[in-house]
Design a protein around this ligand. Structure first.
Ligand SMILES: Cc1ncc(COP(=O)(O)O)c(C=O)c1O
Length: 184
């Protein structure tokens, strides 16, 4: 079983990894994005011992001969180490829990507005799902006009703030969402 935790890894959904909350131990996990705090591109594929051992060999016919050009890029690895150090020093999961309750509270006014199908929050992910978005580009432009960069897609307006976001910044983002959805 492979868990793609490129987006969810490192706390985004409220637990350090989504597989923990699901109570599942995957054979392989993919990680990226928050691995370096988004500062430099780096991805990692983590395998359990059974999978790892199956590809571990001095025989090139047996080993996983995977060598991308920028593998183990020293600068990106240093950024990842620094970001992981910060994860240990700073209360990331508490920050996520605080963001979750702020998103719950501040997006709640969207509930019941015409055209709103659902409002949901999971960790530091806040979603306002609409029945439909007729003019996606227009909606994106409207957010920019209000001074925030929010990128709706499909029928979903979503917020995935940095865990270090300030209370006022988050209130500004959610405030614009409530305003714009209310105006629609
Ligand atoms: C869940 C998930 N998997 C994979 C990817 C692609 O990752 P990468 O850009 O490192 O190939 C993304 C990118 O947004 C993602 O959100």
């Amino acid at each position: 079983m492979i868990f793609d935790e490129i987006f969810t890894g490192f706390g985004r959904t409220g637990s350090l990894f989504a597989c923990e909350a699901a109570g599942v131990v995957p054979d392989i996990v993919t990680l990226s994005k928050a691995l370096t705090g988004g500062t430099l591109p780096l991805a990692a594929t983590i395998a359990g011992k059974k999978v790892f051992d199956a590809f571990w060999s001095d025989d090139p016919m047996h080993a996983l001969m995977h060598g991308p050009t920028f593998m183990a890029n020293a600068l990106a690895c240093a950024a990842a180490n620094a970001s992981l150090d910060l994860f240990e020093r700073e209360p990331r999961l508490r920050q996520v829990a605080n963001i979750a309750s702020a998103l719950e509270r501040r997006l709640a006014p969207c509930r019941g507005l015409p055209g709103v199908k659902d409002v949901r929050v999971k960790g530091a992910i806040g979603v306002v799902e609409l029945d439909r978005i007729d003019d996606l580009d227009g909606l994106r432009a409207r957010f920019v006009q209000e001074g925030v960069f929010i990128r709706p897609f499909g029928t979903v307006i979503y917020l995935t703030p940095a865990f270090t976001i300030g209370t006022e910044e988050l209130a500004r983002l959610t405030g614009v969402v409530v305003k714009v959805v209310g105006d629609m």
